[in-house]
Design a protein around this ligand. Sequence first.
Ligand SMILES: CC(C)(COP(=O)(O)OP(=O)(O)OC[C@H]1O[C@@H](n2cnc3c(N)ncnc32)[C@H](O)[C@@H]1OP(=O)(O)O)[C@@H](O)C(=O)NCCC(=O)NCCS
Length: 132
Amino acid sequence: MSRAESEEQLRRFRRHWREHGFGLWAVEEKASGRLVGRIGLQYHRLWPTDPEVGWKLDPAVWGRGYATEGGRASIRHAFETLGVPRVVSIVHPDNAPSIAVMERLGLALAGRPWWTEGDLELLRYALERSRP
Ligand SMILES: CC(C)(COP(=O)(O)OP(=O)(O)OC[C@H]1O[C@@H](n2cnc3c(N)ncnc32)[C@H](O)[C@@H]1OP(=O)(O)O)[C@@H](O)C(=O)NCCC(=O)NCCS
């Protein structure tokens, strides 16, 4: 992304926090204190009904379980703090690493929203809050 695109994206992330009281978290690697990505909950425009859990990490830290750890914390936050009944995650069908994170977290395939700009079906995974 260009600097201008990054700034625009950050503005959108911050606006989501202001409007909904939750949003994406920065991922800091404990050992180094380095910012290595973002993970968290946001409403997705293709499925605005339930918060979407998502992740994006620096390729240098792939393969260490950070997305799974952060995704699990996000889902806990959604169910225990926000009290929502369901979390979703929307993914390109070719994104095997992201689908693997979803499946590790217990999400299951729940639908195939149409993505107009990409002219293809995406996959919507979902996890329901279990009743106490
Ligand atoms: C999607 C993305 C975050 C997945 O990263 P990842 O490193 O594969 O996922 P995790 O951080 O959960 O790590 C899982 C891997 O670490 C390994 N691992 C090591 N320690 C682990 C631990 N304590 N817990 C879980 N997994 C661990 C797992 O075995 C797995 O390895 P494998 O892929 O060889 O099976 C990454 O590919 C990415 O940032 N992609 C670009 C952005 C993107 O596509 N985002 C999603 C859009 S929908």
